[in-house]
Design a protein around this ligand. Structure first.
Ligand code: ZN
Ligand code: ZN
Length: 421
């Protein structure tokens, strides 16, 4: 499937015409498409360079250096070393107005790349398998276009390149480092290149889009002993098995079935030998929901059930609950703004309602602080063999998505700063 970039935008209308936005007067859709196309080879080259030299969470030193250098060259105010390796660039428009923050992430994953293209990862065991290379490259291109409009811009744009989205999370630290202040940020836009959507399709959803994600660890302590003498022991492994089964009742019996929630224990550690009764068992899992109120109840629910089951068998259970990313909730008005912007780039019918996912994203922290929209940029293309999911060792994107993403970012910024709808 080819990207359906709209080329026949309305023309011959002035900004006074209520049918056209002030932002279109700043930069027409045709001119924006032209700029994105002109920049596309550079955007692709930048993405491939990042792809060749991927860096794990909080180690994005090379990437951050390149980003900071490019932002400085554009004349932006640049701060580095935020949240260790984060970068922030501020573009102050020539006219007063609000401030919009646009966020990209920069980190790669501990994945051994198995692609055969000529920009394959040069770092063994590390790969841009989620597309954050594309995010950083697109935001740099958007910054370049917007910097060219500086004098006419009625407001400011803050470009945030955050570390460690893949964990343990850089967004919260970037906020603590002050990236919502000076000037005060009014709203936020984030985006993700998306393997579940074909190229040319843009997904937007107001309300909860991605789940919260917390980590839980249950340590069950029994009394070890000889496998031949169960009556003299408390078998922690057996207790863990009952706890594991018991946990399944929380989502199925205690949570409103209309609210999505998941408890998955993906790791169990116990036992030293086939004839030794385990003294201890550790269960590690992930807890996800779409509702912050439900999320708050989860530690108590898990603790009550796990402790109760353990004590029924004469064992004890300690819970360690580590909150991670909150629910990603998009603002209705900001989503409408991004939808409108996307419709000026692709066909109206290609701007679709994004499917919610139980995956999680630390953009959620930004969206807790400010109204915002996180949109999904389709980049799959089965005809070109680009059909692998995120985090797969053969994950790839159709790079024709890059200029589409750049245009949507720029148009969203312009529409936010210069609205006339
Ligand atoms: Zn990822
Ligand atoms: Zn990602």
């Amino acid at each position: 499937m080819e990207p359906s970039i709209r080329t026949s935008a309305p023309s011959c209308r002035s900004a006074d015409d209520p049918g056209i936005s002030a932002s279109h007067a700043l930069l027409s859709p045709e001119r924006l498409a032209e700029l994105a196309r002109e920049l596309a080879p550079g955007t692709v080259a930048r993405r491939r360079d990042f792809h060749r030299w991927p860096e794990l969470s909080f180690q994005e030193v090379r990437t951050a250096g390149i980003v900071a250098g490019e932002l400085r060259a554009l004349g932006l105010e640049v701060q580095t070393g935020l949240a260790r390796t984060g970068v922030m660039g501020t573009l102050r428009g020539g006219k007063p107005g609000p401030t919009l923050l646009v966020r990209a992430d920069m980190d790669a994953l501990p994945v051994d790349e198995r692609n055969g293209h000529d920009f394959v990862s040069q770092v063994p065991g590390v790969m841009h398998a989620c597309g954050h290379d594309a995010h950083a490259a697109m935001l740099l291109a958007a910054a370049r276009i917007l910097a060219g409009q500086r004098e006419q811009l009625p407001g400011n744009v803050r470009f945030v390149f955050q570390p460690a989205e893949e964990g343990p999370g850089g967004a919260e630290l970037m906020i603590e480092a002050g990236c919502l202040d000076h000037p005060t940020v009014d709203a936020v836009i984030g985006f993700h290149i998306w393997a579940d959507l074909p190229i040319g399709i843009i997904g937007v959803r107001s309300g909860p889009l991605m789940a919260s994600s917390d980590e839980v660890r249950l340590t069950i302590t029994g009394r070890g002993g000889h496998g031949a003498d169960p009556h003299l022991s408390v078998d922690a492994m057996l207790v863990a098995a009952h706890v594991l089964v018991g946990m399944q009742a929380i989502v199925s019996r205690e949570i409103d079935p209309l609210i999505p929630a998941v408890i998955t224990f993906g790791k169990a550690e116990s036992g030293r030998g086939h004839n030794i009764i385990a003294h201890e068992a550790i269960l590690s899992g992930t807890v996800r929901t779409f509702d912050e109120a439900v999320r708050k109840t989860m530690p108590q629910r898990i603790e009550r059930l796990a402790e109760g089951i353990a004590s029924a068998y004469g064992a004890t259970c300690k819970i360690q609950y580590s909150p991670q990313y909150p629910v990603t909730v998009c603002d209705r008005q900001m989503c409408e703004l991004v939808r409108r912007a996307a419709r000026s780039v692709v066909k109206a019918e290609d701007v679709v309602e994004a499917e919610p996912t139980m995956g999680s994203e630390d953009i959620a922290y930004f969206l807790q602080e400010r109204p915002g929209c996180y949109f999904l940029l389709g980049a799959a293309n089965p005809d070109k063999g680009i059909d692998k999911p995120h985090h797969h060792p053969e994950f790839d994107i159709d790079e024709d998505a890059l200029p589409i993403g750049v245009q949507i970012i720029v148009r969203s910024v312009l529409d936010f700063l210069a609205p006339s709808f």
